[in-house]
Design a protein around this ligand. Sequence first.
Ligand code: AHR
Length: 546
Amino acid sequence: MITLKIDAERVLHKVSPDLMGIFFEDINFGADGGLNANMISNYSFDGVYMTKDYQEVLDPLRYWTLDGGEAESLDEDPLGKNSRFVRIHTTEKARLENKGYNGGKEYADQCAIAIKNGHSYTFEAYIRGTLQVQAVVETEYGTLLTDRVEFTAADGEAAAGTWSHIKKTLQGEQDAYGKLALIFTGDGTIDLDCVQLYDSDFWGKNDPKWQNGKLRKDLVQALVDLKPQFMRFPGGCIVEGARSQNEYNWKETVGPLYDRKSTYNLWAEAMPDGGCSQSYQIGFYEYFCLCEDLGAKPQPTLFAGINCQFRSEEIIDIDSAEFDTYVTQNYLDLIEFANGDPEKSQWAKLRADMGHPAPFGLQRIGIGNENHGEDYIKKFDKIRAAIHERYPEILCIMSAGFQPYKEHTQPFWDYAKTLDHEILLDEHCYHSPAWFYESAYRFDNYDRNVGKAKLYFGEYAANNLSAPEGKVDAEHANSFGSALSEAAFLTGAERNGDFLLSVSYAPLLNLIGGTHWTHNMIDFNPGNVCLTANYMVQKLFGNFQA
Ligand code: AHR
């Protein structure tokens, strides 16, 4: 028998009010193919893929197949500022199909557009030309899963120059996975761009702020149930980019959807055909709106002028004009986009034009991800100083590398000690369940003699990655044992709220069949959500805080 004695009078520290957060990165098709309600893959005919040495290759019609007629990819007189579109030529009939996000690899041929009987689906597209169009979802073998809608360009609303915006509703008639078929009839051409098909019951459907990118309701509900106190986005390695030009630039993710330019997703490295891209239908506006709906503090992390130090390690020179006007300025402009006055700031005006005149209340910002080395410390200091000069109230978060061991993290704590400003240091750890059990006591004796700095444990999971003896594979992932060890770790996090302000688990989302990283918090497929044991631990700690 074990006797537990609880001394409720002896409170060591209060639990941090910002302890339990979530970290959303577009890995494992978490954004496109996941949280993004639009089920059409390569919806804007701007398809790309990635080569083994991280070069981007344009493949505009990727994930579309045409039967009859001819397809041409064009960029003259486009819909959006960055956008290619497809022109279909036919003399009689042509059929264009898209199977949705199936995760590629062994499922690459599968239909993945999830249709449910009784649900309504919104179909949207921009078209230009003379052909008649029919849209329908059907199975691989031609069984209809929805009714058909028919239209021509004359049925749409005039939009963006010579384009016509079509919006129709398809009724789901069966529960199954299908493909979208667009059937063109006539003798002539039709231009097509930004094709969307999403469950009309998307997250926030009655709130006018959700008029840009749309989110899948069941996945958002899973996040709501966690009661996250903050939300970090968009990475992770995605922030750094595999090499120059692939870093996450938030400015390319806001404004009308058709102006957002697709690029390859660094996690395409885990795909045999390099196929996984970022359409940015979930960009920084959608992120801030989601934080608001979750009641979570936004915690964006931006590029610090250093591409991923495990991949290419390309850098922007700290003394260059590009560093000031591109890297540092992006931080200042993001703060304006989130918090500024639309009368005074072009970025705040854009936020208002997109549907959110009120500020988003940004208080924290991460500078880089898993960056390390002297160049990074100097860059952090330059960016932080520029932020604090204009916005002294913003809490800046510094990367402390990728391993939480003293030999890795000491230079960051040494730097932090010299500052007269509070910052957070972001430590990460992916290790064995044994490490997480032991680490239940890790923070009790942490060196608190670090000036005004405090700790953020920004990525962790008992997935065995750094454990010499452990295996990172599907068989060992998301076990009850791993979840229990993560819970033990969190008891230590709760107990040290004076110093450890926040923790966030990683990664958050995983499309079953499209996995890039083993052991994630929430598994899903196009039609269902599957919560892991590790999710249940996060939910427990998020919902019940002492
Ligand atoms: O969570 C997956 C990856 O792990 C993140 O992108 C990166 O920061 C870390 O190495």
